[in-house]
Design a binder for this molecule. Sequence first.
Ligand code: SAM
Length: 228
Amino acid sequence: MINFLNADAWVEMKNTPSEKYHLIITDPPYMKYTSRSQTEGEHAISGVFSPTDFDRFAMNIFRLLKVSRHAYVFTQFVDQDKRDIYGMTLHALKKAGFVHNQTLIWTKRNIGMGTGWRAQLEPILVLTKPNVNQGVSAYREFAKSHSNLLKDFPSVPAERMVHPTQKPVELGVFLIRQSTDEGELVLDPFAGVGTFLLAAGQIKRNVVGYEILPEFWKKGLYLMKHFV
Ligand SMILES: C[S@@+](CC[C@H](N)C(=O)[O-])C[C@H]1O[C@@H](n2cnc3c(N)ncnc32)[C@H](O)[C@@H]1O
């Protein structure tokens, strides 16, 4: 079951009971997102992550995750304003109580926008919510042993690329399989066009996701209808 809502993640997370999810996988909005509807002339902007949002995000996902389970948080080393996004995200997640299990490096086929040193890789934080009664090592095993270098994933096909930071569905499937079983419940609070929801649905996981901008949400629903 895929439950994709046009909603504000901060509000939804606050109203969700603790330890509901078996896995949280997300790519937070470190930058500002803009969407424009060609039909309605609608123009909407979602906010950039402020310094306090890193802590707010980390505390929310820590509370919502079940004990001994994993979270995958996509990040970047620096943003266009030279903010240390990797350091700030990791610091907030550890402060919230997560164990930093590993950092995966996902290498992309295409080089990112900009000038000078342009990013062709994305660090993905792998985290565990420790079981304080049994010690930090008592966490769910990963399905398979694998290098932390992820380099064999195809780019999003041009006809399905409708969001500036859209991820390949295959990457979502790979990560979700590593950390969940069929029928378990996954959350992506900042879902964009719902790539990780689509991925979870393809491998029979239940999943909830939120996207605040109506245009991205509508495009995500279209992708889900045509590609699940
Ligand atoms: C990095 S993108 C996610 C891309 C996604 N992984 C995909 O493949 O489509 C982050 C998304 O979070 C959305 N967003 C920003 N603030 C939000 C909020 N408060 N609640 C829900 N979504 C939000 C942005 O509009 C943006 O689409």
